[in-house]
Design a binder for this molecule. Structure first.
Ligand code: C2G
Length: 132
């Protein structure tokens, strides 16, 4: 069984997230998604609308996702790849090159981001609409 992993906040789930989850799953048979904990998110300078538990429940309902784990720090990827017996590590290409150190353990694939959508843009649009 070919196992794939990807990481992210996945807040306010949108088609950009779905596109990368679908393409990640197409690279194997089993997809593990590591979702940033609320504490780790704060470290990334992000405040998710949904809590970790909510984001986990939403991701677990997505047909492409087989397992959801927590992302608590930047250093856990090597250990995760080993522990979960991962064959392919996938990220959007805004991270191009940042995780090449994992190439000793598994295939590293950066996929094109979906243009024109982001959680930040959704929040901006909603704020403008509510202030209109
Ligand atoms: N993504 C995408 N297209 C978009 C928006 C996001 O392909 N329009 C991808 C990102 O490239 C990433 C994944 O969806 O691979 C999750 O995006 P975020 O939730 O923004 O995650 P991020 O803050 O990039 O966290 O250790 C890695 C970090 O946890 C990644």
């Amino acid at each position: 069984m070919k196992k794939v992993i990807t990481y992210g906040t996945f807040d306010l789930l949108h088609t950009g997230h779905i596109n990368i989850l679908r393409r990640a799953k197409e690279l194997g048979d089993y997809l593990v998604v590591a979702i940033s904990s609320d504490e780790f998110n704060a470290g990334k300078g992000k405040k998710a609308y949904y809590t970790f538990e909510q984001r986990k429940a939403i991701l677990e309902a997505v047909r492409y996702v087989d397992e959801v784990i927590a992302e608590d720090n930047w250093e856990q990827k090597k250990e995760d790849v080993k522990k979960h017996d991962i064959d392919v590590f996938v990220m959007g290409d805004d991270w191009e090159g940042k995780f090449d150190f994992l190439q000793e353990q598994c295939e590293v694939v950066y996929l094109p981001r979906t243009e024109g959508i982001s959680t930040t843009q959704i929040k901006k649009d909603l704020n403008q609409k509510s202030n209109a």
